[in-house]
Structure formats: structure tokens, C-alpha cells
Design a protein around this ligand. Structure first.
Ligand SMILES: [Zn+2]
Length: 337
């Protein structure tokens, strides 16, 4: 009987150690402990829906200056024919495909041609509005740093799921560079080429970085051949087609992404978005829509044209995807602060 007291102490200490150990509850502890949101940061809040232009843009294009099949002039003519308003020529590690950034009339269509480059050592990234770039360094981070330091380019990461970099590596990258220079990452490349992995990574990064950091999604056709043109592209919501307007739209998320576009059919169109910060609701009005899905922290959390952030108990961010038989429109993330 004289052992009973020390035995009780031992049991109590064991119980205490078990309670504070990581095995006592769910093993997954989110790195970002999201507070209950009280404000929706709406990337579309400055859009004047009645008058906005909706520019069709491809920000990642190859020509014969690297591994594209067509000469730059022919490529631009094909984009004009396909109804594009903005095209960035981004050959691998060379500026030989474009002469400069500016408005040109191509086949009777006014088009903003952007001089850019796809820096293609280790992790590729696209650098726009620049004619200088670093193409060699010991690793991708050094490469990004060198380009960040040496130009005023607007950059985004190209097809991230093609590589084996960890989520932590991407989190570190987005922490090191300002959001007005490294604006986001390619989520959709050439229709469905790398989609699932890139979309998963986008949601994972947004879950960790939102609402502190917006990571805007980019959709491109990464056209190497004429057959790739228009498979996926950006729609910019701007008041004019010029360099300044496109830079603001890239930095502020004034855009939609398109995915799996079927040529010659009508994609869903967003007529307007209403965000009410009193009720914490988001409502969209869309045409030609078969389905509207809302996604937060990687899961589909609702369907339909209106959601309540409070009722759904959402954290970090929410974004929507509208689908019809012609393809999909992705919104940029609404950050929940
Ligand atoms: Zn490319």
C-alpha cells in the first residue's frame, strides 16, 4: 500500500504528458491559424462593370527565337486572328522574338505586344515588360533574386507542378519578393497540361499565405505551335489597353483565368460581382453558366451564385469557378481578413 501515492503521481504525470503531446489530438496542425474573418478583400472592387474592357491576353508565348514553330510576326498574326488583345512573347532565355513593348496594329486589330522572356534554368519563370534578365545562377531562388534586383519586370512562376519543389520552397519564394513584382503563378498552362498539380499547389499556397499575401493565378496557352493558341488565356478587366493598365491589372488581380477553352463557343461571362462587407456575402451575376462552384482551402464549399462567408464558416480565402460546355472561368481569390 505504501506504493499507491507515488503510483498516482506517476499516472497523473503520464496523463499530463499525453495531453500536451501531439498525438492527443488531430495530428495536422495548420501552420496558419486563420482568425474568423470580418472583412472580404474583393480584388474586383474597383471594376466598373458597365464600362470595363475585357481583354483577351496570352502572357506566355514561344516563337522560332526559341522552341516555337512560328516566326514572331506569324504568331502575332495568328493571335490577332483568334481575337486576342494582349500577347507577351516569352522565348526561353532570349529576347530575340520581340523588339519592344507597345501597341501595334496587326491584321487590322489593335494589340498590345509585351516584350518578355521565360527564364528557363531550373524552375522556369516568366518575366514581362523587360529586356534584361539573368539566365544563370546556382539555383532558382538566386535566379529570381538576380532578375528581381536587375529589372522592373513583372514576374510569375511558370508551370510549377512540372518540378519537385516543396510547398515550403514556394512559400519562401513568395515571402521574399513583393506582391507588385512577383504577382503570382501559372495555375493553368495550355489547357489541361499541368492543371491538377498547379491548381492544388495554388490552393495550398493560398491556404498558407492568405489573407496576408495574394497569389494571383495566371492562365496561359504557353503556345509553341499554332494548335496551342487559345487553349487557355487571361481576361483582363481594364479601362484601356496599354502597358500601365495591364501592369495594374496584374498586380491587383483584375482578371479571370480561362481553362479548357473550346474554340468557337461562348465561355461563361461574369456580368458583375457584389461583395457586401456588412453581411459578409459575395454574389455574382453570370451568363452562359451551367455551374458555379466556390472553393476555399482546396475544397468545394458551395455551389450557386451567392455565398455567405459566415454561414459557411470560411477562412483564408474563397474563389469561384464557372463551368459550361465551352470551358471554365476561374476568379482570383477573395481574401478573408
Ligand atoms: Zn514556355
Amino acid at each position: 500500500m505504501r506504493f499507491r501515492y507515488p503510483l498516482s503521481i506517476l499516472l497523473l504525470v503520464s496523463l499530463f504528458l499525453w495531453i500536451i503531446s501531439p498525438w492527443s489530438s488531430n495530428a495536422f496542425v495548420p501552420r496558419n491559424n486563420h482568425p474568423v474573418p470580418s472583412y472580404i478583400i474583393n480584388p474586383y472592387r474597383y471594376i466598373c462593370w458597365a464600362s470595363t474592357l475585357r481583354l483577351r491576353a496570352n502572357l506566355h508565348t514561344h516563337t522560332m527565337a526559341s522552341d516555337g514553330r512560328e516566326h514572331a510576326d506569324e504568331k502575332l498574326r495568328l493571335y490577332a486572328e483568334a481575337g486576342f488583345d494582349v500577347v507577351a512573347i516569352t522565348d526561353h532565355d532570349t529576347f530575340a522574338g520581340t523588339q519592344s513593348t507597345g501597341l501595334r496594329i496587326i491584321d487590322g486589330r489593335e494589340m498590345l505586344v509585351i516584350q518578355g522572356v521565360e527564364v528557363s534554368r531550373r524552375h522556369h519563370f516568366v518575366s514581362l515588360f523587360t529586356d534584361t534578365a539573368q539566365f544563370s545562377a546556382r539555383n532558382s531562388l538566386e535566379l529570381l533574386q538576380a532578375n528581381y534586383d536587375q529589372s522592373d519586370a513583372i514576374m510569375f512562376l511558370a508551370h510549377p507542378s512540372r518540378y519537385n519543389y516543396s510547398v515550403n520552397w514556394y512559400m519562401d519564394v513568395f515571402s521574399r519578393f513583393s506582391s507588385d513584382r512577383l504577382v503570382g503563378m501559372e495555375v493553368i498552362n495550355q489547357g489541361m497540361r499541368y492543371n491538377e498539380g498547379c491548381i492544388l499547389l495554388w490552393d495550398e499556397l493560398l491556404t498558407e499565405k492568405a489573407p496576408e499575401r495574394a497569389i494571383w493565378g495566371i492562365s496561359t496557352d504557353d503556345a509553341h505551335r499554332r494548335e496551342h493558341i487559345g487553349l487557355s488565356y487571361m481576361i483582363f478587366l481594364v479601362s484601356a489597353n496599354n502597358q500601365d493598365a495591364i501592369i495594374v491589372a496584374l498586380q491587383s488581380g483584375h482578371s479571370f483565368l480561362t481553362n479548357r477553352v473550346v474554340q468557337g463557343q461562348l465561355l461563361p461571362q461574369v456580368n458583375y460581382i457584389n461583395v457586401c462587407n456588412k453581411a459578409l456575402t459575395i454574389q455574382i451575376d453570370a451568363e452562359y453558366s451551367n455551374q458555379i462552384q466556390w472553393i476555399s482551402r482546396g475544397d468545394v464549399v458551395a455551389t450557386g451564385s451567392q455565398i455567405s462567408v459566415t454561414e459557411l464558416d470560411l477562412r483564408a480565402y474563397v474563389r469561384f469557378v464557372i463551368t459550361n460546355s465551352a470551358g471554365q472561368i476561374f476568379s482570383q481569390p477573395f481574401l478573408l481578413s
